[in-house]
Design a protein around this ligand. Structure first.
Ligand code: PMH
Length: 395
């Protein structure tokens, strides 16, 4: 289609499917984010939680590659009460987009940046006495809210002992602008088949919490559960769950997937179109290094996606869908293009699905992750911004 400005738009497929098309997208590869799926996943999760356990939508790393602003808006409209990110920068992006819901930053923020957080009403995480001492020296125009992180066995960040807890609480009374509004911990293996380590972490948390309540008799928000813990033990998650991977419709592990606590709906799918199709005789090589040679007359298609998009070279040999049928990637994946052995001749412009449903067939995020010997979390994070995210559903 040719727009009024005379720019050629290759969006007929998208328009037919009534997807909102963002201006300025010309390439034939795109990610679709189904916001209705995110809404659905949050609402199903909400139903299993006690009334007084709320949802923090975890939207760090650009909402696990789904796009933080649209996901944040959808999550809040669907019942999430707070947002969480890893970086202060990620929180500020949300504020700049006009989102005024509570935001928690999980990661370490330098003391000299805490005034910026306070100005923007962004809650920070802390776990070091020395950090508090530095922050206590500052003056704030607005209050600074903090959540304290406890390391009960993740071994990443957090205070570990009752002694550290006492020292930190002593420092907390020194600046009238600083408020402790929450305490939390994070599980290392809540998604395992064997839950003994998970239970050990919970026991350590309980012990610290008992001591904390004795020392600090003020109301406070308590949260411990990621998706795995929340799907498995929704009634034991205190004031909030931190809902990440399963909000996007993915299970944190095979063990949790098999339990089917909630039938999740994946929000992320990725598609492209054939941009070239040719008949190649036997004995010809395809792509860099000639790692694939045709064995007979073959139909070879090309799609405009490559490792420069985060479609990794290790995906050589993996299959994608055309006409609802699996078709194999042959030859090395290039920076911007990938070749496919086709079962027959297809017209240029034919839709290709790399992740998601096509007709009755599906390539799950887990299939891509398994092929790459990694976890589903890594895949949408790796598929980079060069591939536009197109949003479907209510916002
Ligand atoms: N809370 C914290 C502190 C986290 O780091 C994460 C995810 C979550 C909650 C959400 O977990 P979920 O996606 O399993 O629901 N953090 C990470 C991470 O650091 N690497 O992979 C996931």
């Amino acid at each position: 289609m040719i727009s009024e400005s005379g720019i050629i738009r290759h969006t007929h497929l998208l328009e037919k499917e009534r997807i909102v098309v963002t201006d300025g997208i010309f390439r034939d590869t795109w990610v679709e984010i189904d916001l209705n799926a995110i809404e659905y996943n949050i609402k199903r999760m909400r139903e299993t939680l006690p009334q007084d356990t709320n949802i923090i939508a975890v939207i760090k790393a650009d909402a696990y590659g789904h796009g933080s602003v649209p996901v944040a808006r959808t999550a809040l409209q669907s019942g999430a009460k707070m947002l969480a990110v890893a970086l202060l920068e990620e929180a500020l992006v949300l504020r700049e987009a006009g989102i005024d819901a509570p935001i928690l930053v999980f990661g370490w923020v330098a003391p000299e940046a805490t005034q910026i957080a306070a100005e923007a009403a962004i809650t920070l995480t802390f776990y070091q006495k020395e950090w508090l001492q530095e922050v206590n020296k500052l003056t704030f125009n607005k209050k600074l809210n903090l959540h304290m992180k406890w390391d009960t066995g993740m071994g990443r960040v957090g205070i570990r002992t009752e002694n550290e807890l006492k020292q930190v609480l002593d420092e907390l009374n020194c600046n009238p602008s600083i408020y402790l509004t929450g305490v939390y911990t994070h599980f290392a293996s809540a998604d395992d088949t064997d839950l003994s380590y998970f239970n050990e972490q919970r026991a350590r948390f309980e012990k610290l919490l008992t001591e904390f309540k004795r020392l600090w008799p003020h109301p406070i928000d308590v949260h411990i559960g990621n998706s795995a813990a929340s799907l498995r033990l929704p009634k034991e998650m205190y004031d909030y769950i931190r809902f990440g991977i399963s909000m996007y419709g993915l299970y944190p592990s095979k063990a949790v997937k098999q339990e089917e606590n909630i039938a999740l709906r994946p929000a992320f799918s990725m598609h492209s179109k054939l941009i070239h199709v040719k008949r190649v005789p036997a004995g010809e090589s395809i792509s860099y290094g000639g790692t694939y040679q045709t064995t007979t007359d073959e139909w070879i298609g090309t799609i405009p996606i490559g490792y420069g998009d985060g479609w990794l070279r290790k995906l050589q040999g993996f299959s994608i869908l055309i006409d609802g049928k699996p078709q194999q990637i042959v030859g090395r994946i290039c920076m911007d293009q990938t070749m496919i052995r086709l079962d027959k001749d297809y017209p240029v412009g034919t839709k290709v699905t790399l992740i998601g449903k096509q007709d009755h067939a599906v390539i799950e995020m887990d299939d891509v992750a398994d092929y790459l010997d990694t976890i589903n979390y890594e895949i949408p994070c790796t598929i980079n911004k060069r591939i536009p995210r197109i949003y479907k559903g209510s916002l």
